[in-house]
Design a protein around this ligand. Sequence first.
Ligand SMILES: [Zn+2]
Length: 309
Amino acid sequence: MILQRTIQKPATISGIGLHSGARINMKLRPATANTGIIFHRTDGDQTVDIKACSENVVDTQMATVIGKHGLTVSTIEHFMAAIAAFGIDNLHIDIDGPEVPVLDGSAAPFIREIQQAGTTTLNRSKKFVAIRKKLEIIEGEKRISIIPSRFFRISFDIAFDHPAISVQNYSMKFSTETFCKEIADARTFGFLNEIEYLKANGLARGGSLENAVVIDDNGVMNPEGLRYHNEFVRHKILDAFGDFSLLGSPLLGHIRAFKAGHDLNSKMVKMIEENPDHWTYVEFSEEALREAQRSNCKSFAIDLAWNKA
Ligand SMILES: [Zn+2]
């Protein structure tokens, strides 16, 4: 069977929060099978546990925010993408502030920490959500759909009325390796006038050229330039990958998005949950894996199974 995973040994991640500007510490601890991904806010009088699932999403305006009993954890998407990339289903995260550290604005620093911690399998099989029928959301010119596929694929189109971005599209057929090589280090981005507006309203206090690509009228302001000519659309795939992990099960399906963001990603996760007749749970036996390998079908599931812990 393809088995559930957690991390092998604890890890610590520290850095400033994008919005608060405050230093925040996260401690990652292994979890038992069927636990899920749980954030524990440890900075109050009492620890509050917030499971990373769509039911607990409380805001999707500028980042994906989960919350419970009035306490929230913001900007979880890059971290969630990194742990999903390694097939981690179960994890405890002690966090002493209201947002995940922004680090360099990408998932690459999280990837490095998880590689150091290592992953290990648990004695329970992993359930995949295999899409059987198309689901779609259209809001004005924004669209997102998911169609059946043997692989987990995300295809994204963006169109900005700014020459530094303009029209970009990219498609990722998911494997741990592809995610780490092509998507993980694409940074978040924003326009200077929007960031100034946020700062005037007490937000984005930690935002700087160290943790985001910032664009003004003349183009990209970061002295080091871009990591890819299409870093923007790659980052949108990174965000979507993190947001879709809130489904709680890895997907086998093809997501197609046009001008979408956290809001539509989150609505599509809810739509999948509310339409169980459009998908089925699948588990993978050793036999099925061997057959798939013989027929050279390198799917998400196969890649996960063949990952060395
Ligand atoms: Zn992002």
